[in-house]
Write a protein that binds this ligand. Structure first.
Ligand SMILES: Nc1nc2c(ncn2[C@@H]2O[C@H](COP(=O)(O)OP(=O)(O)OP(=O)(O)O)[C@@H](O)[C@H]2O)c(=O)[nH]1
Ligand SMILES: [Zn+2]
Length: 321
């Protein structure tokens, strides 16, 4: 952990430095609800929203973090990040970057049209599994004629034990709300999906006030150029206290480079289920003789095996760099 993330040490009694009082004495507890590059928006425990910035250059702060802020004039300094329950990484051109913390669920939206992106789903399932965060898959645009074929494709995930919820956000918004309410109640949910699946439609349905404040906030923080990679956390109106939706527009892919091979394998339920069934105990399931995934065509689908092998190559080449 970087030094700026650590709490300021307690000074001995009687020698109190009034310029830098200990963090515990006056600091304000807050939740990071907006991340715009190096500018953050936090909600204080009294409900007030304030702009804040990390104290150290290298301090890592993400949406969903619980923090302690130094009192003063905004932007307030982020003095400490509380230990995270979990975190997720996103990939940009060259590296993985942490972007979300303290989640209860990932809601991954796909759509009958323009089609299901199995690579994105597979990566999301692995990233979330490694962070121990449950995933619910949503199939949107079930009003379209492509629904029958898409449903059949999604049956793969149901068979692997994942929950798949069917939605028609645009044509049946009330039914979508009813299907999602039990999942979202009292939880912090990260909403993800490829462009065009209906994610904005769903965000607007769940958080009607989402659009306007975002513009104001990003202008106030004069971080307009960062808004495409901004991550925000919205309280969900009409649901119990603590129900929140995290939105990360511009998200393209999960960062998986920090994962180990065993985390990768654990992220595939069908590989997890066959542990110990290959000839070699340390089989990597690529081209070893007697590998159950090569010899038994029912062990895993061809596409999922190909995804596993691609990710294996990515992880091991990243590790050797
Ligand atoms: N038929 C149908 N179309 C939908 C549904 N939900 C959203 N759409 C349409 O799908 C298109 C994409 O929806 P958006 O909400 O903009 O999707 P998005 O995932 O936010 O896409 P980006 O803005 O590109 O990130 C729009 O034309 C929506 O009207 C649905 O349930 N059924
Ligand atoms: Zn094997």
């Amino acid at each position: 952990m970087d030094a700026p993330d650590r709490i300021a040490p307690q000074r001995p009694k009687g020698k109190r430095n009034t310029k830098h009082p200990p963090a515990e004495a006056h600091s304000l507890g807050a939740l990071i609800v907006g991340a715009f590059g190096r500018h953050y928006l936090a909600r204080l425990d009294n409900g007030e929203a304030v702009a804040c910035v990390p104290r150290g250059k290298r301090a890592e702060v993400v949406c969903g973090d619980r923090v302690l802020l130094a009192p003063g004039h905004p932007p307030l300094a982020i003095e400490q990040v509380q230990p995270r329950r979990n975190a997720l990484w996103r990939e940009d051109a060259w590296r993985s970057k942490m972007f979300a913390a303290n989640l209860d669920r990932v809601l991954l939206v796909t759509a009958t049209y323009p089609g299901i992106q199995h690579g994105l789903i597979g990566r999301a399932l692995i990233a979330a599994d490694a962070a121990d965060i449950p995933v619910t898959l949503a199939l949107n645009k079930c009003d379209l004629p492509q629904a029958t074929a898409a449903r059949a494709e999604m049956a793969l995930y149901t068979a692997l034990g994942y929950e798949v919820v069917e939605l028609s956000v645009r044509t049946a918004p009330q039914a979508a709300l009813e299907a999602l309410t039990p999942l979202l109640s009292g939880q912090t949910t990260l909403l993800l999906g490829a462009s065009g699946v209906g994610k904005s439609s769903l965000t607007n349905l769940l958080v009607p006030q989402a659009q306007a404040p975002t513009r104001e906030i990003s202008q106030a923080l004069s971080a307009g150029k960062h808004t495409t990679t901004a991550t925000r956390l919205y309280a969900l109106p009409g649901l119990p206290e603590g129900s929140a939706l995290m939105d990360s527009p511009g998200f393209q892919s999960f960062g998986l480079h920090h994962l180990s091979v065993s985390q990768l394998q654990h992220g595939f339920p069908e590989i997890r289920a066959r542990i110990g069934q290959c000839r070699f105990q340390n089989c990597t399931h690529r081209d070893e003789p007697g590998c159950v995934f090569t010899t038994d065509p029912n062990a895993i689908s061809a596409a999922r095996l190909a995804l596993y092998r691609t990710l294996y190559a990515e992880l091991t080449s990243a590790a050797s760099r």
